[in-house]
Design a protein around this ligand. Structure first.
Ligand code: PMP
Length: 355
């Protein structure tokens, strides 16, 4: 705390991302990164953009990321006017809080969800209601029908991994015609149905995607929002009042190449899904309760062992999982699906540790 800090900064409760350990070979199952490298086309596209001399870097990038947005729009059967590109989906979500979710009536999101949401709400002065999930961690659709200042949830939800069927998402979108409904689909490619299919019918629906998970580009920071052009314009107004060039040249080239190599993307997510099922079985064999996951992580608790203690003991072995010291979930661990070899190392360490 310093006397130079503004009142706003004194009140902030910043989000704390998972640890990025400075170790040569950690088994890193704590931030839901992809265990595989991005498509070779991505590496080639970055090299092409850079050229032999880096000449292109003299110039600012396209502030509108037009070629990237055209590629991604075509991929999803949308027009470029229905696509916003930002510096990671975190930035896209931040702009959505500012542009679409701040109203007199409170925003609704689940009590157990992406822990950046309350941070953004505080940053932008957005009132919100944290709506309890059911005991099995599913979203109760009836709690979101009507009269909110806005609705926001991830599908699949994080850190639970549970997915909501598209018909239920549609009921929520349809029941909130006078407010924006934002579906954060960071993990959708690992097993949920995308609400992009609803965009042409619902002008209040915004769907947020990222290249950080299923496209293995967390290090490039590229995210998107899809929705009616009026919603996209609201995000553009915030962007152009904040940072006109959120995506650098290499990020634009890399993300575009990632969307052009569908076969690679498909292979990668299939491998992750298969490893998730294998990991789930191994955890159940060790006595864990595992929430059914449609994401690239699993959320699990052991009835007889303290979650924080397990995480701490694993860390001594350079194995990193995520533990949230939060109500209702402080006995759970969120474990990112790694390669089968990483998952095997993790499971063997757990077996040792649990005795
Ligand atoms: N939404 C959810 C639910 C997430 O878990 C994450 C990853 N922490 C993000 C959004 C942000 O991802 P990124 O900024 O890397 O696109």
């Amino acid at each position: 705390m310093s006397r130079y800090w503004s009142d706003v900064v004194q009140q902030l409760v910043p989000y704390v991302p998972g640890e990025q350990p400075a170790l040569a070979h950690p088994v890193k199952l704590n931030t839901n990164e992809n265990p595989y490298p991005p498509s070779p086309c991505v590496v080639a596209a970055i090299a092409r953009e850079l050229g032999a001399t880096g000449e292109a870097l003299r110039r600012y990038p396209d502030p509108l990321a037009r070629r990237l947005r055209e590629t991604v729009a075509a991929h999803h059967g949308l027009t470029p006017a229905q696509v916003f590109a930002g510096n990671g989906s975190d930035e896209v979500l931040a702009h959505a809080f500012h542009a679409l979710l701040k109203h007199d009536r409170p925003l609704r999101f689940p009590d157990i969800t992406y822990s950046f949401y309350p941070t953004y709400a505080r940053l932008y002065g957005v009132q919100y209601e944290a709506v309890p999930l059911a005991d099995d961690f599913s979203i109760r659709v009836d709690d979101y029908l009507g009269d909110a200042g806005g609705v926001l949830f991830p599908n699949p939800n994080a850190p639970t991994g549970r997915a909501l069927p598209l018909a239920d998402v549609e009921r929520i979108v349809a029941a909130n015609p006078s407010s924006a409904v934002v579906i954060d689909e960071a993990y959708v490619d690992f097993g949920a149905e995308s609400a992009i299919a609803l965009i042409d019918r619902y002008p209040n629906l915004l769907v947020v995607h990222t290249t950080s998970k299923a496209r293995a580009l967390a290090g490039m920071r590229v995210g998107f929002a899809f929705g009616h052009p009026d919603l996209i314009e609201a995000l553009d107004r915030v962007k152009d009042s904040f940072n006109s060039y959120p995506l650098d040249r290499l990020a634009q080239a890399a993300a575009q190449a990632a969307y052009e190599d569908d076969a690679y993307f498909d292979g990668m997510r299939r491998k992750v899904i298969a490893s998730r099922e294998r990991l789930t079985g191994a955890l159940q064999a060790l006595g864990f309760d595992v929430v059914p996951s449609a994401a690239n992580f699993v959320f699990a608790r052991h009835p007889a062992h303290d979650a924080a203690a397990i995480a701490a003991r694993l860390k001594e072995k350079e194995i990193f999982v995520r533990h949230f010291k939060l109500p209702r979930i402080d006995q759970h661990l969120r474990i990112t699906v790694g390669t089968d070899a990483e998952c095997d190392t993790f499971v063997a360490a757990l077996r040792d540790l649990l005795g």
